[in-house]
Design a protein around this ligand. Structure first.
Ligand code: PLP
Length: 473
């Protein structure tokens, strides 16, 4: 610290409180602002520590088995991302190498999803799958409008354009339909069809259909829609359709799993009617939130009206994302993970995560009181329902597990199956076998506790007696 003639170092330290232990300093008495900014500045270490302490009361991300979103990156990646936080991803002229890295990531995904370079695929990074789905949906809407007009369909009539998706859709599709006044046609699912039934979906398709959304995997269960089956039926339909109907694959999780785990599964641009694909880089793309990607198979698939041009190295670069300014750190993080892992690294990580999921499926099945609704067949997600006659529900088990820090949601399946309550675990790379074994011990102990406990007010009301046996943790 520079010393002036008037102030000694000791005096300056006293003034700034630099030598006080953080929790002994006057500044640590500052009440964290709730709705007004504090009047005076607070020393950086104190401010950081106070906020860190406040956040520390939240759940432990590694025990949050509810989320698909990445909770671990290597320290080198975290450092690299911290070093690039100030770069604005949209400022391509200022940060041409960052822009180049984004283009490389897009090209890597085009390749991974079997786009044909001759068709001139295009794509962009986004904040997450929601923005990517929004863009995929807009591409369908713009294409439909142009083609429907050309086919003599009144696009301004009372009949709204519609989008076909299963009742297991993620909320971003409801947002998309509401924002752009599109009728959401929900293909029902039932016990026998826990994903899209292509034959049934075709009954919802007509001249006002902007597209069909296939999901891999469905948020509720993890199951993949039958994209290949849908593609085949649409190929037949499109032979005589006034407006051809194409598929957007919402691969929020599956698009970054299937290429490594089931490379022969055809769900991507190998299928001629798959015209756009979106994914979350921050799910099985293995980057911290928020990053997503959307790719269109060809120049024809991405309507010109959606492309805006920004200056780049004296030239022009296409941009088609909804957001403008945001940090490039996640893009750099995605490129790091691509480079660091390579194809084989991703495969190893996802294979191990699948092994963990299968171990959980085996152990939970062995408990003899649950039935698996989804057993991590395609992606490392499992969900089960309670089939034994018990005085407790999965909601009770969810609460008990929460006492050990585990966040494992129980919830009803969507329309038509609301009476089925399931509990779901999303396995991620940072869920080790050791942690899983600890979880299984906790789960068994809590089931024993629930069996022994007396639920006072019945199955829907979750009140317990206090005499739980907490052994076996
Ligand atoms: C199938 C599906 N689509 C879209 C989304 C939205 O993803 P994001 O959180 O990246 O916006 C999710 C999130 O879980 C999802 O599961």
């Amino acid at each position: 610290m520079p010393q002036t003639s008037k102030t000694t170092v000791a005096e300056m330290n006293a003034l700034t409180g630099a030598l006080s232990p953080i929790f002994g300093s006057v500044a640590s008495d500052v009440e964290l602002p709730v709705d007004h900014m504090n009047d005076q500045p607070v020393a950086p270490q104190v401010a950081a520590e106070l906020i860190r302490e406040y956040l520390s009361t939240e759940g432990n991300a590694h025990q949050n088995l509810a989320t698909f979103v990445q909770t671990y990156m290597e320290p080198e990646a975290t450092q690299l991302m911290a070093d690039t936080l100030e770069k604005n991803a949209i400022d391509k002229d200022e940060y041409p190498m960052t822009a180049d890295i984004e283009n490389r990531c897009v090209a890597i995904l085009e390749n991974l999803w079997h786009a044909d370079p001759d068709e001139q695929p295009m794509g962009t990074s986004t904040v997450g799958s929601s923005e990517a789905c929004m863009l995929g949906g807009l591409g369908m809407l713009f294409r439909w409008k142009a083609l429907a007009k050309a086919a003599g369909i009144d696009v301004y009539s009372e009949t709204r354009p519609n989008l076909v998706v299963t009742s297991g859709y993620q909320i971003c599709w409801e947002k998309f339909c509401r924002y752009w006044d599109i009728e959401m046609r929900l293909v029902p699912m039932d016990e026998n069809h826990l994903s899209m039934d292509p034959e049934l979906a075709m009954k919802y398709v007509d001249d006002h259909t902007i597209g069909v959304v296939c999901i891999i995997g469905i948020t509720y269960t993890g199951r993949y829609d039958d994209v290949k089956g849908m593609d085949k039926l649409l190929a037949e339909y499109n032979k005589t359709a006034k407006v051809p109907v194409r598929i957007h694959v919402d691969g929020a999780s599956g698009a970054m799993i299937a290429p490594f785990i089931e490379p022969d599964l055809e769900w991507d641009f190998r299928l001629p009617n798959v015209w756009s694909i979106s994914t979350s880089g921050h799910k099985y793309g293995l980057v911290y939130p928020g990053i997503g990607w959307v790719i269109w198979r060809s120049k024809e698939a991405l309507p010109e009206d959606m492309i805006f041009w920004v200056s780049y190295l004296g030239g022009q670069e296409a941009t088609m994302a909804i957001n403008f300014s945001r940090s490039a750190a996640q893009i750099v993080g995605q490129y790091y993970v691509f480079l660091r892992n390579g194809f084989e690294g991703y495969k190893e990580i996802h294979t191990r995560t699948m092994d963990v999921a299968h171990h959980l499926v085996d152990e939970i099945s062995k408990m003899g009181i649950f039935e698996m609704v989804y057993s991590a067949e395609e992606c490392p997600i499992l969900c089960w329902k309670l089939v034994a006659d018990k005085d407790w529900t999965l909601y009770d088990l969810q609460d008990r597990l929460r006492m050990h820090g585990w966040q494992i949601p129980a919830y009803p399946l969507p329309a038509n199956m609301q009476e089925t309550v399931v509990q779901r675990i999303v396995c991620r790379a940072d869920l080790s076998m050791t942690l899983v074994d600890k979880f299984l011990r906790d789960m068994k102990a809590e089931i024993a506790n629930l069996d022994k406990s007396h639920i006072i007010t019945g199955k829907t009301d979750r009140e317990y007696t206090t005499s739980f046996d907490h052994s076996g943790r």
